[in-house]
Ligand binder design. Sequence first.
Ligand code: COA
Ligand code: AMP
Length: 630
Amino acid sequence: MSYQSEYNRSIEQPEAFWGEKAKELAWFEAPTNVLCEDENGIKRWFADAKMNTCYMALDAHVKAGRGEQTALIFDSPVTNTKRQLTYFELLDQVSRFAGVLQAQGVQKGDRVVIYMPMITEAVIAMLAVARLGAIHSVVFGGFSAHELAVRIDDATPSVLVTASCGIEVSRVIEYKPMVDEAIVMASHKVDKVILLQREQCPANMLDERDIDWQEAMQSAPSVDCVSVRGCDPLYILYTSGTTGKPKGVVRDNASHAVALKYSMSAVYNMAPGDVFWAASDVGWVVGHSYIVYAPLLHGCTTVVYEGKPVRTPDAGAFWRVIEEYNVNAIFAAPTAFRAIRKEDPEAELVANYNLDCLRTIFMAGERLDPPTYEWTTEKTGKPVIDHWWQTETGWAIAANLTGIETLPVKAGSSTKPVPGFNVQILDGNGEPVGPNVQGAIAIKLPLPPSCLATVWGDFDRFEEGYLKEFPGYYSSGDGGYIDEDGYLFVMGRTDDVINVAGHRLSTGEMEEVLAAHADVAECSVIGVHDSLKGQVPIGLALLKDGSVITEQDLQTQLVGMVRKEIGAVACLRQTIVVPRLPKTRSGKILRKLLRQIADNQEFTVPSTIDDPASVDEIKEIMSKNGLIKS
Ligand code: COA
Ligand code: AMP
C-alpha cells in the first residue's frame, strides 16, 4: 500500500475510510453513523456507537485469549522495583479499583482527578474510571497545588486519586501536602481522596475524607464495564493556552479508540504482542495515548518507566530498558536524547546493551533538531522518526507512516500529513501559500477522529481559540512550511506557548505570576533557545518607580513565585530587569517581536510601535545576557 493512496482515500472518502478502521475494535454496538454534526455544528465521529474504552483495551483481549500475555511492565530505577502484569491481572486490578471508585459514588459522566507519579496504579486508576463511563482528568505531578486547584475547580471531580509521593531521581516529592493544599484552595469541594501509600514517604490521612488504596482494594468487588455512547467523553486533559487558565481538552471515547488503534499499525508499525515504550509521563497527552490507551487497544505490552533518561542511574537507562524488556519501538522527546548525548556524547553505553529488538525510535513533543536526529541515528543505527502532534489531536498530525510506507527522511521535517489530517499552510489572510513559504499551519475541517470537539465547559473558548482565525480550518498555533515534495516542517509556536524539555507551558501564565510581584510594573516572559531543553522561559521585568529591589533579589523571588504557583516543571530560572519593553502606541507589549528577537529571526518593526528605539535597546540587553539564539 502506498502512503499517497491511503492518504488520498482518507481525505476523499473520510466516512468510508474511518468506518472501515472502526471495524478493528470490539464495540457493544458498532456505530451506524460514522460522521454527524453535534449541537454546536461540529462534526463528530461514531457518536451513536455503544462501547467502553476499557473493555476494548482489556476485556476484549482476555476474551480473545490474550489474558496470559504481559500487558504492562513497570520499571522503577528510583525505587528499585520491577513488576509485570498480564492482561488478565491488569483487568482484575482495574475491575476492582472500579469497584473502589463505585463505592465512593463515582458514576457515568462523573469526573475523577488523578494526580500521581509514573506508577502502575496511575494506569489502573485511568482505566478504572473509563470502565465506569466516568471521565478522568490526570494532572501532571510536576504541577503545584495551585495548578491542581485550578483543574479541580474546572473539572469539578467528586473523587481525587493520588499517591503519597513521587520520586525525582533521588528526591522524594510529597504529593499529599499539595493535594491537601489544593483542596483547601479550590472552591469546588472534593469529597473523597483515594491515596496509594508508598513506603518512601507514607502520608498522614484525614479520617473523614481519605481512603487508603490498598485497604479499599482488599474488599472491593470487581465491577463490569458501563456502556457509553461513542461521543461521550473519556477524559479531560488540561493543556497550556495563551492565558493563565489552562484549556480542558475533551476526548471522546469512540473516535479516540479508532484513531489510536489505527495509529499503532499505520504510524508505529506495531503488531499485537509487540512491546511499545513511550518514555513520557501519564500526565501528558503522549502518556495518555501511548503509555495507556493505544498499546492496550492494540494488544501490545506497554512499559511504565519511573525514571529519567539520565541519572537513574546513568545515560544507559534507555538502552537497559530496551534490552531488558525486548522493546520494539520507543517514543520519547528529543530533549531526552539531548540529555543522553550530553552525558555520553560518544554513546559508549549503547555498546553495553543488545538493541536488536528495537525497530524504530519515534520522537515528538518538540521540534527534532537535525543534530539530535543525526546523533541518535548514527549512535544507535536505528531509524529515527519525527512526528508532530498536539494535546488537542491526541495523535500524530504529521509522521512518516512506517506501517504503510516508510518515506525517505528529511532531517528537520516530521514528513507528511497523517491520513485524515488535511494540513495546509495559510498566510495572514487565510489563503493557502505555495511550497517552501512559511505560514500558519492549519488543518481543514472536519478534523479526523480523536481530535477535540470542545473545551471542557467552554465551547466558545474552543471556537475562539481554534476555529475563528481561519474559517473552515483548525488553527494549530504552530508555524512552518511544506516543501516541494509535500514534507511538513514545523518551525515552532506562533503564540505564547513554549516547549520546555518536551513540556508545554504558557508564558502568559508565567507573566500573570510575575505581574503579581509588588515591585514589577510590567513584564514579559519569552522562550529562549536552550541546548538541552529546547526552550526555557526568561522573564523580562520593568520595575515600578521608586523600587529599590536588586536584580538578584527580584530574580530569586520571581523564580520562587513561579515554582510555587505553577510548579518546578515551569523551569523559570532567570529574570532580567529592563528599562522598558517595546509596546504599541495603545500600550500592548510586542511579544511576537520579542520572540523573533530571541529566536534571531528577521522581523519587521510594526508601524504601531510607540518608540522604535526600544527595539534596539531590548535587543542589546538580550544579547548582553546571551538570550539570543546563535
Ligand atoms: N513531579 C515532580 N517534579 C517534577 C516532575 C514530576 N513528575 N517532572 C519534573 N519535575 C521537576 C524536576 O525534578 C525539576 O525540578 P528542579 O527544578 O527542582 O530540578 C523540574 O521539574 C524541571 O524538570 P525537567 O525540565 O524535566 O528537568 P530535569 O533536569 O529534571 O530533566 C530531562 C531533564 C531532559 C531529562 C527531562 O526533562 C526529560 O526526560 N524530558 C522528557 C520529557 C517528556 O517525556 N515529555 C513528554 C512529551 S513526549
Ligand atoms: P503538546 O500539546 O504538549 O503535545 O505540545 C504540542 C506542541 O508541541 C505543538 O503545538 C508543537 O509546538 C510542539 N511539537 C510537538 N511535536 C512536535 C514535532 N515533532 N515537531 C515540532 N514541534 C512539535
